[in-house]
Design a protein around this ligand. Structure first.
Ligand code: AMP
Length: 470
């Protein structure tokens, strides 16, 4: 009998892979460390030594678990892939850590996935009912099962067969006994780049991982592209009908590291431009601009420079706790905000303060910080958000919660302002957000980005997930 499958498959992740170098697992550890912002709950590495695959997957931070000779000696070989992961409630189990590995009839197959499949429920149901046994509740295992069951002869054909059966967002890094493979979904929703470390090809979610290991950036993997790296070189395969790419705009707003390069510019540049745009759209009289660190810093610099209101570090962030959402339950999450931020009274007392953050999701961070700033003696606290209100859940690999937890989805501007306790609250417009990205939003169902969290226009059908979330 088919059992109900958990519908909570949302994950935030980073992936990395390197081919043909002596220190593959050390370099993978370093690469994953630089992608740690994409997921802090657990990490894993699979290496291949020419005969055998080796796997270590641990809950916790990369630096705490892999920066250790004993662990690295368990990961020999010249080729390795790795993954950092954060999952939502109920899914933080060790067996869900990636890369996932399967011994297929034609050899070992390890897969690391950033993204989220949208036809998980129906595909898994079909697979289970026709005999597949699942070891995890991760949607990534569906890809392994589909590859294993494919009747095609060659591994790449099996993979293409599997990809044609899945829907959703995926940037994959795959390791077999002869190949390192990178895949981006047809819309190119999550990032994936190709680099080169002294002749060894590298795949990574973001360019910051290339910088970390001293690798050269070669290019982005294209939407719908499969990159196959073997000892004979690099081959590009495009098995899907070509469509315009729709990368997730939220990578630039919040998720990616400020030093990563996307579309020839650092993510910092986009975020600063978002802050400038916010200042252009909102003329507020105040004494200081204070970022909610770290995520609000770049936009606050832009806002301060454009508005000519001095920038001050009025909130100090502890670097010994993870991102706010790292703790899956609301109780701990609230406590986490207090642990994470404290007020620097000297630049707040008796001042009219503009606080800047990149986004509001549930409203937890904003409420806590506005309260802290008033308690520290601010005369007025205004809150500026460098993106539009998040009205819709993500479903493509970023953990934004369901409709009933998204504060902007439940309440209007006046109500949110009251809830967070600010004198005024202002968001950046959608047009301003695109302007900061250097373009004007194509006024069609196919804008340059997927901006579904603001507009509800999902490029990949999410009916199945929405039904499950009801
Ligand atoms: P909240 O406190 O629930 O309103 O969340 C907003 C805060 O979390 C902001 O400071 C954002 O920088 C950050 N944030 C936004 N989106 C995410 C996400 N998907 N995962 C983790 N943190 C996020």
């Amino acid at each position: 009998m088919y059992c109900k499958i958990s519908d909570k498959f949302k994950e935030e992740c980073g992936v990395f892979g390197i081919y043909g170098t002596e220190e593959a697992s050390v370099l993978t550890t370093l690469g994953l460390h630089s992608l740690q912002h994409r997921g802090q709950e657990g990490a894993g590495i699979v290496s291949f030594d020419g005969k055998t695959f080796h796997s270590v997957r641990k809950q916790g931070l990369v630096g705490d678990n892999f920066n250790n000779k004993n662990i690295l000696s368990q990961l020999p070989g010249k080729t390795a892939i790795g993954h950092v992961r954060y999952s939502t409630t109920g899914e933080s189990k060790p067996e869900n850590l990636q890369p996932l590995f399967a011994n297929l009839a034609i050899g070992g197959f390890a897969c690391a996935h950033n993204g989220n499949l949208t036809n998980t429920y129906s595909t898994k149901k079909y697979l289970v009912e026709s005999g597949s046994i699942f070891q995890t509740s991760s949607d990534t295992e569906i890809i392994l099962q589909l590859v294993a069951r494919s009747q095609k002869k060659k591994i790449i054909d099996k993979l293409i067969d599997a990809l044609h059966q899945i829907k959703g967002a995926y940037s994959l890094v795959i390791l077999t006994n002869k190949k390192l493979i990178g895949v981006k979904d047809p819309f190119g929703i999550r990032p994936l780049v190709l680099g080169d470390k002294n002749g060894s090809p590298v795949l990574a979610s973001e360019t910051c991982a290339l910088d970390m290991i001293g690798a050269k950036y070669i290019r982005d993997i294209e939407n719908g592209e499969i990159i196959v790296i073997t000892e004979n070189g690099i081959e590009s395969i495009k098995p899907f009908k070509k469509i315009a790419e729709r990368p997730c705009i939220f990578e630039r707003i919040y998720f990616a590291s400020p030093d990563s390069i996307i579309g020839n510019k650092t993510v910092y540049t986009y975020r600063k431009a978002l802050g400038e745009q916010l200042a252009i759209e909102n003329n507020i009289v105040a004494d200081v601009v204070v970022p909610i660190p770290d995520s609000g810093v770049s936009a606050a610099i832009g806002f301060s420079q454009k508005s000519k209101i001095p920038f001050e570090l009025g909130i100090i962030r502890s670097h010994y706790v993870g991102r706010t959402f790292i703790e899956p339950s609301q109780n701990i999450r609230q406590f986490g905000v207090k642990l994470k931020h404290s007020v620097n009274r000297s630049c707040i007392k008796n001042k009219k303060v503009i606080l800047i953050d990149d986004s509001i999701v549930r409203g937890t961070t904003a409420s806590k910080i506005v309260k802290m700033v008033y308690e520290a003696g601010a005369k007025e606290v205004h809150l500026g958000i460098s993106c539009p209100p998040i009205l819709h859940p993500d479903f493509y690999g970023i953990d934004t919660p369901s409709y009933n937890q998204l504060i902007a989805s439940k309440s209007n501007l006046k109500e949110i302002t009251k809830m967070v306790g600010a004198k005024s609250l202002f968001f950046l417009s959608l047009a301003g957000t695109y302007k900061a990205m250097g373009c004007k939003r194509r006024n069609s169902k196919r804008p340059q980005f997927t901006d579904h969290c603001f507009t509800g226009e999902y490029p990949i059908d999410v009916t199945e997930i929405l039904k499950l979330n009801r």
